[in-house]
Design a protein around this ligand. Structure first.
Ligand code: GDP
Ligand code: MG
Length: 159
């Protein structure tokens, strides 16, 4: 019996990346977006957003038992954030490398946190920690959906 052919190709990996309120207030938005653009990843969603408390709580629900959870949620809702989805091969792990360690004092220079932050409670940026969480977090922050488009420079990025 003939096997059915796949009608739709599977979308590449996505990561939910968010510039936290300190990054927005400090004027780091352009620099941070530029790093992901220059790397070659594809931007598929972008907005400035004043986060409702329930959204921050849902995003960080796995950390609800941590002593810093309440401060973390208050930090995230303390001002507008920049919500983004970036797509491409290995984007989740690569974005985590570009972002640097959770504690900025342990982040290498050249990483976003290594270059711009000192304290774990003001560490400028979020990035998904697994492809599954990339999908989960994208659904939380972009219930309206993300944009599928073809990058004309793709032949210059992919062999
Ligand atoms: P991430 O994936 O590198 O962002 O780190 P986690 O998922 O472990 O934690 C989520 C966020 O909670 C971090 O980015 C920090 O903003 C905050 N956080 C984590 N650990 C601590 C801590 O020990 N103290 C405080 N104040 N915040 C923390
Ligand atoms: Mg995390």
């Amino acid at each position: 019996r003939a096997r059915p052919t796949a009608a739709v190709s599977v979308r590449a990996e996505i990561s939910y990346i968010m510039i936290k309120p300190d990054g927005v207030q400090r004027g780091l938005v352009g620099d941070i977006i530029s790093r992901f653009e220059r790397k070659g990843y594809k931007l598929t969603a972008l907005k400035l957003y004043q986060t409702p408390k329930e959204v921050a709580e849902e995003h960080y629900k796995d950390l609800a038992s941590k002593p810093f959870y309440k401060d973390l949620v208050n930090y995230i809702v303390s001002g507008p954030v920049v919500c983004m989805v970036w797509e491409g091969k290995g984007v989740v792990a690569t974005a985590r490398k570009m972002i640097g360690a959770t504690n900025p004092l342990a982040s290498e220079p050249g990483t976003i946190r290594g270059d711009f932050a000192i304290e774990v409670g003001r560490n400028v940026i979020h990035g998904s920690d697994s492809p599954e969480n990339g999908e989960r977090e994208t659904a939380i922050w972009f219930p309206e959906g993300i944009t599928s488009w073809s990058q004309t420079m793709e032949p210059w990025l992919k062999e």
